[in-house]
Design a protein around this ligand. Structure first.
Ligand code: NAD
Length: 453
């Protein structure tokens, strides 16, 4: 049973991908359990060296990975090159971890108490279609560094770069079975990660709806989970901000990757006194956005991932009177959708639900308390931005907004050296940062009795 991959920029067939069935997944899990035991026994320096070789293999293949992502997902080539480079960087960063997984020595009487960070075993990683390569690396790099084996199930729409990363791991010398890519359907391959007792942790990035199912299923075996789920993040522009800078930066905060970004600031909150000035500059910036051929290095926004996803995005723009302005996009074949700016009421569906497309809802607010109230009026709490030149306000508001990852006077979201993750229904656990390998380890405490001679 194969899945046909379509290029979303022109609707041509790229290739087909074989879906694994349950027996094949079970065989992969068995191979991973064998490989993991041998991997965990290896010297930390050996594991570090192999992860560095994996990073080098990704670096050598960078252009190929980027081209593959562009054909599969429609990502602009410049962005796709950055994603491939981020896989290399994350592998390099965590190649330092095997030799730094340091436990504690705890003062006790009658002997010695120490802690070890033991690997969990086999980790199942399930990824979404929006940033296939980078999100996979946030999981597999620290998991491997901590001495685990990894099975990676990519989203069906976008599995090509994950499959290539599996090949590169082998070319780099990682042992057979240690890092396997298992393409297939979520309810088949992904679900098996949840039900199979030899998979000790599931790292899931995707919709809140599926994440809830995974969490419920994992509870049967008290299986560890990290969940990175949906978002409806706010970009808050205060009247004391550099309004021009905020307006010029706003398109990238929500239209990057055609809005298919869990951190997209899809609610834009602007203080009333500067609303018109902001919208004026913002409109020019949206119209200047270069939307088109993803293979052109100057392109800033490509198509949506599939035609069916475009139907989903279109359903949010149901009333033309709420559209303030739009940018441009190509006509003809492809899942094209223009950047769209709406000015709905606070309770409109586009304000509450994740669109996962290039649609932003702009809402005016009165004062600081009103801005915080709107920002927190969401079941999600993943990301967000605050624009102000008042340092005290920046501190107050960044502490008050219920969100796992915020940036002030910029739209930075994910830095591999800092923790990333969501509050409320945006997820559980944190990825990346210096502590990520601990998310793939169990702390073991051992007391060694010593006789006093
Ligand atoms: P999705 O939930 O439909 O699918 C995600 C993955 O889960 C896919 O690989 C899919 O095949 C698999 N899956 C589906 N049903 C399953 C099941 N029953 N059991 C196990 N696995 C199953 O999400 P999507 O449409 O691919 O991605 C978009 C969503 O991902 C958005 O909600 C977005 O916000 C979220 N996301 C979150 C983050 C984050 O870091 N918080 C990052 C990227 C995307």
């Amino acid at each position: 049973m194969a899945y046909t991959v379509i290029n979303p920029a022109d609707e041509t067939v790229v290739t087909t991908v074989q879906r694994l069935d349950i027996e094949e997944v079970d065989a992969a899990i068995f191979g991973a359990t064998v490989a993991q035991k041998e991997w965990a026994r290896r010297a930390p320096l050996d594991r570090a060296t192999l992860l560095r070789r994996f990073a080098e293999a990704v670096d050598r293949d960078l252009e190929n990975l980027a081209q593959l992502e562009t054909r599969n997902s429609g990502h602009p080539i410049t962005q796709a090159r950055g994603e491939a480079a981020s896989v290399r960087d994350v592998l390099e960063y965590y190649s330092g971890a095997p030799e730094r997984l340091i436990g504690q020595q705890i003062p006790v009487s009658g002997g010695m108490n120490v802690t070890f960070h033991e690997p969990m075993g086999v980790i199942g990683i399930i990824t979404p279609w929006n940033f296939p390569m980078s999100i996979a690396a946030w999981g597999f790099a620290p998991a491997l560094a901590a001495g685990n084996a990894v099975l990676l199930k990519p989203a069906e729409w976008t599995s090509l770069t994950s499959i290539r990363l599996g090949e590169l791991a082998l070319e780099a010398g990682l042992p057979e079975g240690l890092f396997q890519v298992t393409p297939g359907q979520g309810p088949v391959v992904g679900e098996r990660f949840v039900t199979h007792p030899d998979v000790r942790k599931v790292v899931f990035t995707g919709s809140t709806e599926v994440g809830k199912r995974i969490m419920a299923g994992a509870s049967e075996q008290v299986k560890r989970v990290t969940l990175e789920l949906g978002g409806k993040s706010a970009n808050i522009i205060f009247g004391d901000a550099d309004v021009e800078a905020a307006a010029l930066a706003a398109p990238s905060s929500v239209f990057d990757n055609a809005g298919q970004d869990c951190c997209a600031r899809s609610r834009l909150l602007v203080q009333r006194g500067v609303f018109d000035r902001f919208m004026n500059v913002f409109e020019g910036a949206v119209q200047d956005l270069r939307v088109g051929d993803p293979l052109d290095p100057d392109t800033e926004m490509g198509p949506l991932v599939t035609l069916s996803h475009r139907d989903h995005v279109t359903s949010f723009v149901d009333d033309d009177s709420l559209v303030a302005f739009r940018g441009s996009c190509p006509s003809g074949p492809g899942a094209w959708f223009p950047p769209t700016v709406m000015t709905p009421s606070r309770d409109h569906r586009v304000v509450e639900e994740e669109v996962f497309g290039p649609v932003v809802a702009v809402l005016p607010f009165d004062d600081e308390a009103d801005a915080i109230k709107i920002a927190n009026d969401s079941k999600y709490g993943l990301s967000g931005s605050i624009w102000t030149q008042d340092l005290s306000r920046a501190i107050r508001v960044s502490r008050a907004v219920e969100s796992g990852t915020l940036s002030v006077n910029s739209h930075s979201s994910v830095r591999y050296s800092a923790p990333f993750g969501g509050m409320k229904q945006s997820g559980i656990g944190r990825e990346l940062g210096p502590d990520a390998p601990l998310q793939f380890s169990e702390t073991k405490s051992v007391f060694y009795a010593a006789s006093e001679n």
